[in-house]
Design a protein around this ligand. Structure first.
Ligand SMILES: [Zn+2]
Ligand SMILES: [Zn+2]
Ligand SMILES: [Zn+2]
Length: 439
């Protein structure tokens, strides 16, 4: 057992649900809390509970650009969920806890930089709000996010796509077979940050064996190389074999051993919808492992129902790991080549769908390739149904380490766009000034 305790933060968000019968509802955490109380975990000296604080709008504005504005899109529950993640993280930073786990909802890893509505149950990216809070308040720089949810963490990927100081690693069920349909191996980051996004799409039916092979052979060595100041786990539990929204074969023991090896400084709950059959066991296993306590007896009553990983899947995972190891070894060369190919700007045009809000967004993203800083980003975004309820915005994001030239150029581009008047709203997210400005 570690000398310092594990910090736990609970926030079940009683008044927030997609709909009353939707799996993303408060019972998701209440069963877990019951189980934790029943096992006597909260009375153990190795575990300390914290009440979540409420995040400021400023914490959210550091990460998101809401169209038309953030206040019309988010609720107090989102501020407490993000605040719970920040509370957990600060208990670690202040040295009161060895690590911490924020069991909060609503979840956040599908929320992208620009927010027009709710997608994959997410409106605010809790981990991103937490990370940027830590960077602003405590001068943290290098951070790794390991997303262990069954769905691709497309929001977290998007927010840090141009940030070489954030290593984002996500394993998930292959996007050809599951929401949100992204997270393929060729999504590697912008040229400025190439190979700091690492996607590991896995076939349905992947079990503990495959997961731990990837962890041992790839994820842990990459973390060793990257040397982050903090490791954050986006702790989704929907890879469990009983989860109703996905098709994987991970057990509570598989998750607990993962938490034990990963040794994340901070875990933030993401998905997991097998409310009675999985979540209580998986969460208890993760909590025990994070607290350095014995988790070997945690097991589901119906564990014999867990399917076995197929031979084809084992072979696929071996190839995937080999290929990604090679990418990782060559990352500096690959980044130089991508920068040379891009020239002054890297551009990407995409459609983004907000399944919970029924909104489609079209986005044109342009990233300045700058030899002196991480380069600014501009986003031209429009949502709505061909002119009906259409909302558009033009925004620039100035990176924390911006050079004076990029800072001026980003500002000029927004001012010029406003003069031309093609959009409804204009924003500058100025990270060095810690300010979201609406023009
Ligand atoms: Zn704080
Ligand atoms: Zn999920
Ligand atoms: Zn620059």
């Amino acid at each position: 057992m570690s000398a310092k305790p594990l910090g736990l933060v609970f926030f079940p968000a009683f008044d927030w649900a997609i709909s009353p019968s939707h799996p993303e509802r408060e019972e998701r955490l209440l069963y877990t809390r019951d189980q934790i109380v029943e096992e006597g975990l909260l009375d153990m000296p190795g575990i300390r509970e914290y009440k979540p604080s409420m995040a400021d709008y400023k914490d959210i504005e550091r990460v998101h650009i809401g169209v038309p504005n953030l206040r019309s899109l988010i609720t107090d529950a989102h501020l407490v969920s993000a605040g719970g993640a920040i509370t957990a993280a600060e208990s670690v930073i202040r040295g009161e806890t060895a690590r911490a786990f924020a069991l909060v909802r609503p979840p956040g890893h599908h929320a992208m930089r620009v927010v027009h509505g709710t997608r994959g149950f997410c409106t605010v990216n809790m981990e991103a709000a937490m990370i940027e809070h830590l960077r602003q308040q405590y001068g943290i720089k290098k951070v790794a996010i390991v997303d262990t949810d069954v769905h691709h963490g497309d929001g977290s990927q998007d927010i840090f796509y141009n940030d070489p100081d954030t290593l984002f690693i996500s394993f998930h069920q292959d996007g050809r077979t599951l929401y949100p349909g992204t997270g393929f191996t060729d999504e590697l980051g912008t040229p400025n940050a190439l190979c700091s996004t690492v996607n590991l799409p896995l076939p349905p039916g992947t079990g503990d064996e495959g997961l731990h092979y990837i962890l041992d052979q790839l994820i842990l060595p990459m973390l060793d190389d990257f040397k982050p100041e903090l490791v954050i786990n986006s702790a989704g539990q929907d890879n469990h074999y009983t989860d109703p929204l996905a098709n994987m074969a991970i057990t509570a023991q598989g998750y607990a051993r993962l938490a034990d090896k990963l040794k994340a400084d901070i875990a933030v709950l993401e998905g997991g919808y097998s409310i009675e059959d999985a979540l209580p066991y998986v969460n208890v296993g993760i909590i025990l492992a994070m607290a350095g306590l014995d988790y070997s007896k945690v097991s589901e009553p119906d564990i014999t129902r867990c399917p076995r990983q197929s031979v084809a899947t084992t072979a696929y995972i071996k190839r995937l790991v080999q290929e990604r190891q090679e990418m990782w070894r060559n990352r500096e060369q690959l980044r130089r080549q991508a920068i040379a190919r891009a020239g002054d700007f890297w551009q990407r045009k995409r459609g983004i769908y907000y399944d919970d809000s029924g909104i489609s967004e079209q986005q044109l993203e342009s990233v300045r390739i700058c030899p002196h800083c991480h380069g600014y980003v501009t986003l031209a975004t429009e949502s709505g149904d061909y002119g009906i309820n259409a909302k558009s915005a033009f925004a620039a994001i100035i990176p924390r380490n911006a050079c004076s030239h990029c800072r001026q150029e980003a500002r000029d581009r927004v001012l010029r766009a406003k003069k031309q008047g093609r959009f409804d709203y204009y924003f500058i997210q100025d990270k060095p000034a810690d300010h979201l400005e609406e023009l």
